[in-house]
Design a binder for this molecule. Structure first.
Ligand SMILES: Nc1ncnc2c1ncn2[C@@H]1O[C@H](COP(=O)(O)OP(=O)(O)O)[C@@H](O)[C@H]1O
Ligand SMILES: [Mg+2]
Length: 284
């Protein structure tokens, strides 16, 4: 079991928002899938502890969850191996691991922030990327996760005034916490019908959106029904391209348009991921 914080090296990508149903789970599943598809080792962690959706979105039935991980870690001490608490997701040649949310609310309630921190630090010693799906609140667990993250995708939709007000509160706090350099403001469902202008929202937030994803309810719904993320199953849609584009911006590997996958080396050795600007900047 890892105890030395200096030894950690995996990149932690967290998806956070101040409203629910903005696409955190959809984006985190697709981010994990695309990075794994490119050959990186990836673990996707469901830290929406009470109402986690990752296993539903991926059609997984986990034998073990983060609740089992916490219990085993306390019982086994240094012989604890987090890999025994993960569930593999497989689609064609793509494989990544999932740390499932607890199955019951009582178990969720009893998850301790310190255990989550130890588990994430353990995972980042094993995997190139630790992808974290969260809930929409500034809770103790989320504050700890934001702190240890390499990049925080702060996700928003432009729909109702209260959503935008809460985005402003969130953006302000993230700036006050000095996280501005690692926060990427991402707009999801950009072309959904709304009376609120994107420019007005950017003015209010005092920053531009780093990345914009289109609204595509049909594709999003189908991917959840099929249990296969869009970047794996439905690569030609605009939403799938925008999701892959976000991944390529994070890994600093050029965007490619692989309608026919010609000329693209799909499998990138794991060490190549560590050489990205992100890996170089943040690896310890
Ligand atoms: N770009 C999009 N276009 C259309 N529907 C989307 C898009 N992104 C997410 N959705 C849908 O919005 C709903 C909420 O997404 P989800 O990822 O569960 O949000 P969160 O995890 O933030 O609560 C889901 O039904 C999902 O299919
Ligand atoms: Mg969710």
């Amino acid at each position: 079991m890892a105890t030395d914080d200096q030894a950690v090296s995996g990149v932690v990508l967290t998806f956070f928002s101040t409203a629910s149903a903005v696409g955190k789970t959809l984006l985190s599943c697709n981010m994990a899938s695309e990075l794994a598809r490119q050959g990186a080792t990836v673990v996707l962690c469901d830290l929406d502890l009470q109402f986690g959706d990752i296993c539903n979105y991926l059609h997984l039935s986990p034998d073990q969850t983060i609740a089992d991980a916490q219990e085993s870690m306390k019982r086994m001490g240094s012989s604890f191996d987090i890999r025994e608490c993960l569930t593999p997701y497989m689609y064609e040649d793509t494989v990544f691991q999932v740390l499932a949310a607890p199955l019951g609310l009582d178990e969720a309630y009893n998850i301790e922030t310190d255990s989550v921190k130890k588990i994430i630090n353990e995972l980042r010693m094993i995997y190139n990327y630790v992808i974290i799906d969260t809930t929409s609140m500034f809770s103790n667990v989320n504050m700890m996760l934001l702190d240890l993250s390499t990049i925080v995708t702060f996700l928003g939709v432009v729909d109702f005034i209260p959503t935008i007000k809460n985005m402003k509160i969130g953006a302000t706090l993230l700036t006050q916490l000095n996280y501005k350099d690692k926060v990427r403001l991402v707009l999801n469902r950009s072309n959904a019908k709304t009376r609120i202008g994107m420019d007005d929202v950017e003015k209010l937030l005092g920053q531009e959106f780093y990345h914009i994803l289109p609204n595509d309810f049909k594709s999003a719904t189908r991917s959840i029904q099929d249990g296969v993320p869009l970047v794996l199953a439905d690569r030609r849609t605009e939403l799938s391209r925008a999701l892959r584009d976000l991944v390529s911006r994070y890994t600093n590997r050029p965007y490619y348009d692989d309608d026919d996958d010609e000329g693209y080396e799909g499998d990138v050795p794991a060490h190549e991921h560590k050489k990205s600007w992100l890996g170089k900047l943040f690896s310890k």
